[in-house]
Design a protein around this ligand. Structure first.
Ligand SMILES: *Cc1c(COP(=O)(O)O)cnc(C)c1O
Length: 220
């Protein structure tokens, strides 16, 4: 009997399907396994299957569980996908390989200072509030050109643009909007797409997808 596909294999198959439909190559899409709220025991099977790219949304939670895992899997990469407070910049720079939530001048200043102090360059995505929602982080689309200029001025590596579209409505127009903003501003990376919509995001140009539930099951 054939073995049932693991969630990781299923997600890879979905990525391959979306790539085929849009004439893209699966190698061009980085799958970030979002392990927030899940403990080391839940993360281990993915590491054992060879997966190495993970996302967390809180600095403190990541500090609690990742140092021990990184000791055993030193080539694992950790991306911070959640909102970041400026006073946590040092800790974020110390632990993470990439930050997806750079969205305001005060955080840019704090991150540059933290990176200088650590002698380490951490690539950052600029998060865009594509739905212009009050409660959501992200730079407003109208402020993006100015903010990108400020980021480029500092010389920190710009990884791309990131978005979390409004909940409960078709995300495709928001993904297309983010792709257009990236093209208009000469930015390459696109961090977009979660469990419910990553095939759509891939078809619209995502280079980084952030998938939690489809890999780990629902969060408690
Ligand atoms: C939790 C989270 C995800 C993953 O969401 P799922 O729906 O579980 O795939 C992606 N991006 C961000 C910013 C998140 O906080």
């Amino acid at each position: 009997m054939e073995k049932a596909a693991t969630p990781l294999e299923q997600v890879h198959a979905e990525i391959a399907k979306a790539c085929k439909a849009s004439r893209r190559e699966p190698e061009d899409i980085a799958l970030i396994a979002v392990s927030k709220t899940h403990d080391a025991a839940a993360i281990e099977p993915l590491l054992a299957q060879g997966h190495r790219l993970f996302g967390e949304n809180r600095v403190q939670e990541a500090q609690g569980k990742w140092p021990a895992l990184l000791e055993r899997y030193p080539d694992a990469q950790l991306h911070l996908i959640g909102q970041l407070q400026s006073n946590k910049a040092d800790e974020a720079v110390a632990l993470f390989d990439c930050i997806h939530s750079l969205d305001r001048p005060s955080l840019l200043t704090a991150l540059v200072k933290a990176m200088d102090k650590a002698g380490k360059r951490v690539p950052c995505f600029v998060q865009v509030n594509v739905g212009e929602e009050d409660q959501k982080g992200g730079c407003l689309p109208k402020d993006l050109p100015g903010f990108l200029a400020a980021v480029r001025d500092t010389g920190i590596p710009l990884a791309g643009l990131m978005c979390i579209p409004p909940f409960d409505i078709e995300p495709a127009p928001f993904f297309a909007f983010l792709a257009k903003l990236a093209a208009d501003n000469g930015v390459n990376g696109l961090s977009m797409g979660m469990s419910g919509d990553y095939p759509t995001a891939v078809m619209l140009g995502a280079t980084h997808i952030r998938v939690g539930t489809a890999l780990f099951g629902t969060r408690g």
